[in-house]
Design a protein around this ligand. Structure first.
Ligand SMILES: *Cc1c(COP(=O)(O)O)cnc(C)c1O
Length: 376
C-alpha cells in the first residue's frame, strides 16, 4: 500500500497535480556553506541540522554538505543523532547539543555519537560510562557565558577541571558556548560573552573553541574559534537582523490555486467573516493553510505573489487553504491549478516571517509535509 502511495506521489511531483511544491536547492545550500567557510577559514565550518535541518530534511541536507566537505553535524536531541547516524559515513561527527538524558549514555557511546556536556552531572555520568566500557569517550564541553540556557555554569568550572584532572576517561574535542544576541551586531552582550569565553579558554588551554552560530560568523574573527556552527544562514536565512542578507535563497514554495471566484461588495471572506470586501473583488483560494506551516497570524495580513504581483491574503487562514485577492492581475491570469509564489524571488523568509509576527526560524521549521518536496 505504501509503495502505491509513494509511486503516486512521485508521479504527482513529475507531472503536476500537486497542491504545492517545496523546492530545496541543495546547490545553493552548498554555496552558502562555501561562503561561510571562506569567512571563518582557517576555522572549520560545521552544519547545524537540528529539527530535520530546520525543516528541510536532515538526511538530504547533511549528505549534500558531507559531499561538500563538511564533517561536523550538530543536532539538538539524541533521537535526531540516532536517526542521522546511518545516513552519514563514519568520519562524520555528530554532536548532541542538548546533551544526554539519563540512560542514553550506552546507546550514545555505541553509536559513536558525541554528547555536548552541559553540566557536572552529565560529565560524571559520561565518565562512568567510559569506565564501564573500559575505553575513553569523546565529548564537547559547553559553558554558559551569559545566556543562562544550557552549559556548565561559572561556579562549576573548578569542579569540572578537577574532575578532568583526576580522571583520564574523557577526550575533550573542544569547548563551546552559544551567543544570545549574535544577530544584533551592536549588542553589548556579544562583547561580554566573548570576554567570558576568553576566561574559559585560558582555563582550558589545550582545547579549541566553538562559539559562532550564523550571526557570530559575521561578528569578526574573534568569534570564529576552531569550528563555526551555522544553521539558519546555510538555509538562506539572514544571519544579521536589519542588514542586507548575504546568503543565497535555498527554499522556494509554490502553492496551487484550487478555486477562483468574483464576489460583490460586502461579501464576507473566510471563518468568522472577519474580512468584508470593499468592492467587487476577484478571489482565489490556494491549497495550503496553517497545517502546512502558513500560520494563522497571516490572517488578513501578508501576501503571496504571481510573477511579481502582490496578492494580499484576505480573511482568516484556514487549516488547508488561504483566500487571496487577485484583483491586481488581469482577469483569467489565474485559474484552477495555477501556482502562486509563497516563498521565492519576490518573498523572502524574512518577509513572510515579519508579516506573521514570527522569525524566519519558525517559518522554516514549520513547513508542512503535504507539499511535493523536490531537491535540486
Ligand atoms: C541552533 C544553534 C546553532 C545554530 O544557530 P543559527 O542561528 O541557526 O546559526 C548553533 N549553536 C547552538 C548551540 C544552537 O542551539
Amino acid at each position: 500500500m505504501d509503495g502505491i502511495v509513494d509511486s503516486l506521489a512521485l508521479k504527482l511531483a513529475a507531472d503536476g497535480g500537486a497542491c504545492g511544491y517545496l523546492t530545496i536547492d541543495l546547490a545553493a545550500l552548498c554555496r552558502n556553506y562555501d561562503r561561510l567557510s571562506s569567512i571563518v577559514v582557517p576555522a572549520q565550518t560545521a552544519a547545524v541540522v537540528k529539527a530535520d535541518a530546520y525543516g528541510l530534511g536532515a538526511s538530504q541536507v547533511s549528505r549534500a554538505l558531507y559531499r561538500r566537505g563538511c564533517r561536523h553535524f550538530f543536532v539538538a536531541h539524541f533521537i535526531e543523532a540516532l536517526r542521522l547516524r546511518p545516513q552519514l559515513p563514519g568520519d562524520a561527527k555528530i554532536f548532541v547539543l542538548n546533551g544526554l538524558l539519563p540512560d542514553n549514555e550506552a546507546a550514545c557511546a555505541d553509536g559513536g555519537i558525541v554528547p555536548v556536556i552541559n553540566s557536572l552531572d552529565q560529565l560524571r555520568q559520561w565518565s562512568r560510562t567510559a569506565r564501564s566500557l573500559q575505553r575513553r569517550l569523546p565529548a564537547v564541553l559547553q559553558f554558559d557565558t551569559g545566556m543562562s540556557r544550557l552549559g556548565i555554569p561559572p561556579e562549576d568550572r573548578g569542579f569540572v577541571e578537577a574532575h578532568l584532572q583526576a580522571s583520564d576517561d574523557i577526550d575533550i574535542l573542544f569547548v563551546m558556548s552559544h551567543l544570545a544576541s549574535s544577530d544584533e551586531i551592536d549588542s553589548r552582550q556579544n562583547a561580554d560573552q566573548l570576554a567570558e569565553m576568553r576566561r574559559i579558554a585560558a582555563e582550558f588551554p589545550s582545547c579549541g573553541i566553538s562559539f559562532a552560530n550564523s550571526g557570530g560568523i559575521f561578528l569578526g574573527g574573534d568569534f570564529h574559534g576552531v569550528l563555526a556552527r551555522p544553521g539558519i544562514a546555510l538555509y538562506g536565512g539572514a544571519p544579521t537582523s536589519g542588514a542586507a542578507n548575504p546568503m543565497e535563497t535555498v527554499v522556494r514554495l509554490d502553492v496551487a490555486v484550487v478555486q477562483t471566484r468574483t464576489v460583490p461588495e460586502g461579501a464576507r471572506v473566510g471563518y468568522g467573516g472577519v474580512h468584508v470586501t470593499k468592492g467587487r473583488t476577484r478571489l482565489a483560494t490556494i491549497a495550503a493553510g496553517y497545517a502546512d506551516g502558513l500560520p494563522r497570524s497571516l490572517s488578513d495580513r501578508g501576501a503571496v505573489y504571481h510573477k511579481g504581483v502582490r496578492l494580499p491574503i484576505v480573511g482568516r487562514v484556514s487549516m488547508d487553504s488561504i483566500t487571496i485577492d487577485i484583483s491586481a492581475l488581469p482577469e483569467g491570469t489565474l485559474s484552477f491549478g495555477s501556482m502562486v509564489e509563497v516563498l521565492g524571488d519576490h518573498q523572502t523568509l524574512e518577509d513572510l516571517a515579519r508579516d506573521a509576527g514570527l522569525i524566519s526560524y519558525e517559518i522554516l521549521t514549520s513547513l508542512g509535509h503535504r507539499y511535493n518536496r523536490q531537491y535540486r
